[in-house]
Design a protein around this ligand. Structure first.
Ligand code: 0RA
Length: 659
């Protein structure tokens, strides 16, 4: 290996220079090194041309994909049993360092003549060709390879401690700037360290978020019990370590941390079958929401798949079996449905398998058919045994499911009543709704407006051809604390459900949704924030498909109007107002602060908040379902203490509270 180095040095430098030149000319020149360098270029050029194809986007989410990619390689090494510690450090200059104590990325001459380390970092999808085997991930945005990170980094440096030495190589935008060099003896160091700086030419912003990284690393630590993960942020002198002896049991406890649970200890199932491992933890709480997360090879399979199907089948079957065994359900009683037994359920399902097949548009659905039966068998056996050993817990869970079944029946009746009543009135749309003329949902917008006076301005200001207005008055029901039967009969939610036209609960049919832009428009004050949160909770809990399809938006009314008599400008924040005032410095200006939507006249409301040409809308998105659930539980749930804690912490961040 050592004797290879001088040649590699020459080759490495040549490759770096020639690739840069070739990028301009797009032509191969004569020498061998050039031909090789062009191969390198062809390897990563598509990544720089279409980064979104490889990391999803170039916004904050795509940016963080760089970290996940590098960290996941280290976690793969830990899953394969070769590493125990992973450390992520955000450095003072905004670059990131990821270290593990695994075997080190292979170094040395590859049959192609180039160094293995260089190939892994400069050829698309090369990583997997170096064996390692085990639970490597394939498909989707995951496991695209460190070469993608390299291509999208202003610079990257990798160090691999193995075979008696520490080896290093550096790159700029994916192109080697040094050969693979021996930088010192191995000593007692082992494993891989990667430093990289996201390329500001590629990303809209290059600032990494401590909270986002922390959240993800915490989740990885839950999914890999016994693995130590540390996060350090030099920018703010913060540090956090994750290590969970209990793995998924700790995960479920964490998800239920602000809820009242029905049984003290989560149920836990672990089974290994050949190279496949299955792990499931679950615990019921007294809420009405289902909170089930599934993973395959540490990837959050948000669209479920065979492991989730197997889990659900086992849960319904084993709870019904138990209920009959314990004579809680009698011969004449109907079985509990899947929906009934999943009310108030928090569960995490994690499978690890050698050749995962990820399906669907987002590659977030596990396809391997054999997994269904394996999960179903393991879970049915585990739950059955738990219930027999803990009959008190069993009874509480079955009773909760029975109440859920009755509530579902009551909701069905209430819904039928609503529909029949609507039919009797001839028109099923609520009287408060000022509908639009457009009938194509893709072109229709519904504004949900706080209060009658703002509703009035909105009705006058709108473009009635495609904009409908539904004023919401009075207290909105907190859906977090209510079951579906109360929700469909609530005075404020029912008109909303009817106006949307898609039904709710079991009968929800998104194809019938009358508007594909649903826009929450509330005042920029505390009451407005409250109503907005209630509405977001409603959609998140009862019509998540509306959010998933990108149909839910939040309007951004301005806070200030700055006018010079001739010209008028609007500002959405104090900073924006100050900037405008500063610009107009030589002039006579009036600044008006809008206390609420009702203070704006119809023209102003149209111009600032409703006109598609000039308005800004925020789209509601759920990035992290576990975190979103935790926040809604905390903001809207039964427990007061977590809410107080949250308000205290968040209050420190608030600069200007408008009460
Ligand atoms: C394939 C083979 C071997 C190590 C790795 C991959 C590896 C890759 C990364 C990426 C980050 N940390 C890593 N640690 C290890 C080694 C094969 C061998 O030594 O026999």
């Amino acid at each position: 290996m050592t004797q290879e180095l001088p040649r590699r040095a020459k080759n490495g430098q040549a490759a770096a220079l020639q690739t840069a030149a070739a990028r301009k000319s797009r032509k191969a020149t004569s020498s061998d090194y050039n031909a090789e360098s062009i191969q390198v270029l062809e390897g990563l050029d598509p990544v720089r041309r279409r980064p979104g194809m490889y990391i999803g986007s170039t916004d904050a989410r795509g940016l963080h994909h760089l970290v996940w990619e590098v960290v996941d390689n280290s976690i793969d090494e830990a899953m394969a049993g070769h590493a125990t510690h992973v450390e992520v450090r955000v450095l003072a200059d905004g670059s990131v360092r990821v270290t593990d104590d695994g075997r080190g990325v292979p170094v040395g001459r590859h049959p192609s003549g180039r160094d293995a380390l260089e190939i892994v970092h400069t050829v698309l999808h090369a990583g997997s060709k170096f064996g390692g085997g085990g639970y490597k991930v394939s498909g989707g945005l995951h496991g695209v390879g460190v070469s993608v990170v390299n291509a999208l980094s202003e610079w990257l440096r990798v160090e691999s401690a193995r075979d008696g030495a520490v080896w290093a190589q550096e790159y700029a935008r994916g192109i080697p700037t040094t050969p693979v060099r021996k930088i010192g003896p191995q000593g007692n160091r082992r494993g891989t360290t990667t430093f990289f700086k996201a390329d500001p030419e590629v990303f809209e912003a290059t600032e990494f978020s401590f909270d986002t990284i922390s959240q993800r690393l915490r989740e990885s630590a839950y999914l890999n019990k016994g693995l130590w993960i540390r996060l350090t942020d030099e920018r703010a002198d913060r540090e956090r370590s994750f290590y969970f002896e209990g793995g998924l049991v700790s995960f479920v406890r964490h998800l239920n941390r602000n809820k009242e649970t029905l049984h003290g200890r989560p149920m836990y199932v672990e089974r290994h079958e050949g190279a496949t491992s299955i792990e499931v933890a679950l615990q019921y709480n007294d809420s009405y929401a289902e909170n089930v997360f599934s993973f395959a090879n540490n990837i959050n399979t948000v669209d479920g798949g065979s492991h989730l199907t197997g889990f659900r089948a086992a849960l319904t079957r084993s709870l019904n079996d138990y209920a009959r065994r314990a004579s809680i359900l009698k011969d004449a009683d109907a079985n509990l449905s899947g929906d009934d037994v999943r009310e108030g359920l928090t569960a995490v399902i994690s499978v690890k398998l050698v050749e995962p097949q990820f399906e669907g548009q987002t590659k977030a659905k596990l396809g391997n058919a054999e997994i269904k039966g394996q999960v179903e068998g393991a879970v049915a056996e585990g739950i059955g045994q738990y219930l027999d050993e803990n009959p008190g817990d069993g009874r509480r869970i079955i009773e909760k499911s029975l109440i859920a079944a009755r509530a579902r029946e009551a909701a069905r009746k209430a819904r039928d009543l609503v529909i029949r009543k609507g039919a009797l009135e001839g028109m099923s749309l609520p009287g408060k709704l000022a509908d639009c003329q457009e009938r194509d949902p893709a072109k229709s917008e519904l504004y949900l407006v706080e209060g009658d006076s703002a509703g009035g301005s909105a009705k006058q200001g709108r473009d009635r051809r495609f904009q409908a207005i539904l004023p919401l008055r009075g207290k909105l029901l907190n859906v977090e604390k209510a079951r579906l039967d109360r929700i469909v009969s609530s005075e404020n939610i029912r008109p909303l459900v009817i106006a949307l036209g898609a039904g709710i609960g079991d009968s929800l049919d998104l194809a019938k949704l009358r508007y594909q832009r649903i826009i929450i428009m509330t005042d920029a004050d505390v009451d407005g924030a409250h109503i907005r949160t209630l509405l977001l909770t409603f959609f998140f809990r009862h019509m998540p498909q509306v959010i998933e399809n990108g149909y839910l938006f939040i309007a951004q009314p301005p806070l200030f109007r700055v006018s010079t008599g001739k010209h008028t400008q609007y500002a959405q924040s104090e900073a924006e107002r100050d900037a405008i005032v500063k610009k107009l410095n030589t002039k006579n200006i009036t600044v008006q602060r809008f206390k609420g939507l009702g203070e704006m006249n119809a023209d102003q409301l149209w111009e600032t908040t409703m006109n598609p040409e000039t308005r800004t809308l925020l789209r509601a998105e759920v990035d992290d379902a576990a975190e979103a659930d935790a926040i809604f539980t905390m903001l809207m749930g039964e427990r007061v203490e977590p809410r107080k804690d949250f308000i205290k912490t968040e209050a420190r961040k608030v600069q200007n509270l408008d009460v």
